[in-house]
Design a protein around this ligand. Structure first.
Ligand code: KG4
Ligand code: ZN
Length: 357
């Protein structure tokens, strides 16, 4: 089965081609273009993002066609596709529409079935793109579920229980800022620029995570919700009191490491508790913040120490932040391997689409 997927929910314009046969990935091609323009505004500006997508989506499609059929020819690309997919939500409504409406029009023009994908389901599906340990196919699937997905992106922080592939039950979510936002906002307070997550993580490498004590909100409460806005406020007060130390590289690295540690510890503690309570076989990390090395290493350490029988899946670094390969993979699961499709005439953008509620 050959899938074309488009992703445009935020500030990445992406297209991918995924060929799956007999439970094996035979061929994967992808193109991702990140919109650089938002850096000067310190965050994604929705109206600008949508305009950029309308310029970039045709280009990524062209480049993808060259990779897949050797020429930027839509008719030839159409002949090489069995299923067209796109992100329907959640995300920025006008941005979503650019990729989604392009995909729907292609499905109609090519006479191919269409599947609209949930962006978070895409992040989770990225775990199945990397091969081991979640190779799909019936045996591996039986061993993988029930699974727990720890979703940590710029807009979402969620613990999702997956009784089986494609089924989600929300155990808990952030009540305010997402984990990615906590990284981005504290990075901004520290003057590190945008996008702040990777910058804060890079600075934290040289710092001492025990240097300063920042709050770990709700870490010991029995529910699975998160709250990161208090952490941001506490960092702001702390920085306001220490402005004269901003030029001290060691101080800034220590702050970065301490903030990162507060976020990571909270995420890992709740995920371990939920995994234990639900008796899952797998913990799968998902979303842009899954690229964070401290989070990955802490999960590896804590899962092997506290849940030695649970398998931990970490997506490949190239599939952590927004991309279309993960959307193609999720489309494969949503279509149940090419058996169930959405009506393309009735698959409009759903900016607030929530999984598992
Ligand atoms: O999943 P994603 O690409 O977009 C959304 O769906 O939101 O996630 C983007 C988020 C941003 O907040 C970014 O700062 C964060 O992921 N991020 C990181 C790292 N790489 C990306 N946060 C911490 N450490 C990283 N290495
Ligand atoms: Zn995302």
């Amino acid at each position: 089965m050959r899938i074309l997927a488009l992703e445009s929910s935020c500030d990445e314009s992406a297209a991918a081609f995924l060929e799956i046969e007999g439970g094996r990935i035979l061929h994967l091609e992808e193109v991702v273009a990140t919109q650089a323009i938002h850096a000067k505004f310190g965050g994604v500006v929705p109206e600008i993002a949508a305009r950029e997508h309308s310029v970039t989506i045709p280009h990524v499609l062209d480049v993808l066609a060259q990779k897949v059929v050797g020429v930027a020819d839509g008719r030839k690309l159409g002949e090489a596709i069995d299923l067209v997919a796109a992100t329907r939500g959640p995300g920025l409504i006008t941005s979503l529409k650019i990729g989604l409406e392009t995909a729907r029009a292609l499905a109609f023009a090519w006479g191919k079935p269409f599947v609209g994908v949930n962006h978070i389901a895409g992040h989770v599906a990225a775990n199945w793109l990397s091969g081991a340990p979640l190779e799909f196919g019936t045996v591996a699937d039986a061993e993988a579920f029930p699974a727990l997905a720890l979703v940590v992106s710029g807009g979402h922080t969620e613990l999702l229980l997956m009784p089986r592939q494609g089924e989600y039950r929300l155990l808990g979510a952030t009540r305010d800022d997402a984990a990615g936002e906590a990284f981005d906002k504290t990075a901004k307070l520290m003057g590190l620029g945008y996008p702040g997550g990777p910058k804060l993580a890079a600075l934290a490498k040289h710092g001492d995570m025990t240097a300063f004590e920042f709050p770990r909100p709700m870490i010991n409460e029995p529910h699975y919700d998160f709250s990161f806005s208090g952490l941001k406020t506490s960092v702001r007060y702390f920085l306001d009191k220490n402005t004269e130390r901003f030029s001290d590289d060691k101080f800034m690295a220590d702050v970065a490491a301490s903030v990162q540690s507060a976020i990571v510890e909270t995420l890992v503690a709740k995920a371990i508790r939920a995994a234990k309570a639900e008796g899952v076989k797998t913990i799968a990390l998902a979303g842009g913040v899954s690229a964070n090395v401290e989070l990955r290493e802490t999960l590896v350490r804590e899962v092997s120490r506290k849940l030695p029988d649970v398998r931990l899946s970490l997506p490949d670094f190239r599939f952590c932040t927004d991309n279309a390969a993960m959307i193609a993979m999720a489309a494969y699961f949503r279509s149940e391997g090419g058996k169930k499709f959405d009506d393309w005439t009735d698959a409009g953008a759903d900016a607030g689409w929530e999984l598992g509620r």
